[in-house]
Design a protein around this ligand. Structure first.
Ligand code: IPE
Ligand code: IPE
Ligand code: MG
Length: 238
């Protein structure tokens, strides 16, 4: 265990730069995604070791369907394999793995792999590892609003009775705390439709390191930077 104080309970990561990393090596983008998948397997164990309780990673956005078909199928294939092969690692490390996003937009095969991974690891009590696939914050909020609106339509609820908690309870992350720290790799400094509702008061950390080069040391740097910050929630500093 590393000697870090004030460890964030929930860390979200926008893993970015797989394509640029591969290109810089004269390799196809898919090579970057393969390497990025390996990093993801290791970072699980590191996050748990550091004392992080929730790790939520962005693997495929609702906007990533705009990429070329061959890249999409390479990514989907990798995700399916990843879910199958990392069950062992999750079981060994007591990790509960789940997927957020609109699963209905994914292939049946991928949906099955997700269900198997979620079922197999449901009883684990260590790190909660969440993978966002076909995930968009706006889509998630829209789906939540539809569920609440259905209750209004059926007469179960009045529009004036809708609360923030009702929206939050209908998000894919209903049973998780909001992220304390959001990390984005490879020099990009935007949120790209990730956890829009949940990141209302999250601390952001940006690094030039591309995701395939990310490792325990980089994670520790981000966690240490977080540890030196003062969280604020609109009030006065305590
Ligand atoms: C992140 O790397 C992985 C996904 C978005 C699926 P990118 O594929 O976005 O790589 P860059 O940003 O083009 O380098
Ligand atoms: C965000 O990365 C989505 C994922 C990491 C899955 P992108 O590379 O798709 O985002 P933009 O297009 O640069 O904002
Ligand atoms: Mg990118």
């Amino acid at each position: 265990m590393d000697n870090v104080s004030n460890v964030p309970q929930h860390v979200a990561i926008i893993l970015d730069g797989n394509g640029r990393w591969a290109k810089a090596k004269g390799m196809p983008r898919s090579y970057g995604h393969v390497q990025g998948g390996k990093v993801l397997e290791d970072i699980l164990v590191d996050a748990d070791d550091i004392g992080i309780r929730y790790l939520t990673v962005y693997a495929f956005s609702t906007e990533n369907w705009n990429r070329p078909a061959d890249e999409i199928s390479a990514l989907m294939g990798l995700l399916k394999n990843y879910l199958k092969t990392s069950i062992k690692k999750c079981m060994k490390n007591n990790v509960r793995c789940r997927v957020i996003g609109d699963k209905s937009g994914l292939s049946e095969e991928l949906q099955e792999a997700i269900a198997k991974m979620e079922e197999a690891t449901a009883g684990n009590t260590g790190l909660t590892f969440t993978i966002a696939i076909n995930y968009g914050g706006r889509d998630e909020i829209t789906r939540a609003v539809k569920k609440v609106a259905a209750k209004v339509e059926s007469g179960e609820l009045k529009a004036s009775e809708i609360t923030e908690k009702m929206i939050a309870d209908n998000l894919d992350t209903f049973d998780m705390p909001d992220p304390d720290l959001l990390i984005r790799t490879c020099n990009e400094q935007r949120i790209s439709n990730y956890l829009l509702w949940q990141c209302a008061y999250t601390e952001f950390y940006f690094t030039p390191v591309a995701w395939p080069d990310f490792n325990r040391e980089e994670l520790l740097k981000a966690v240490e930077a977080y540890g030196n910050r003062t969280r604020k929630f609109g009030g006065l500093k305590t």
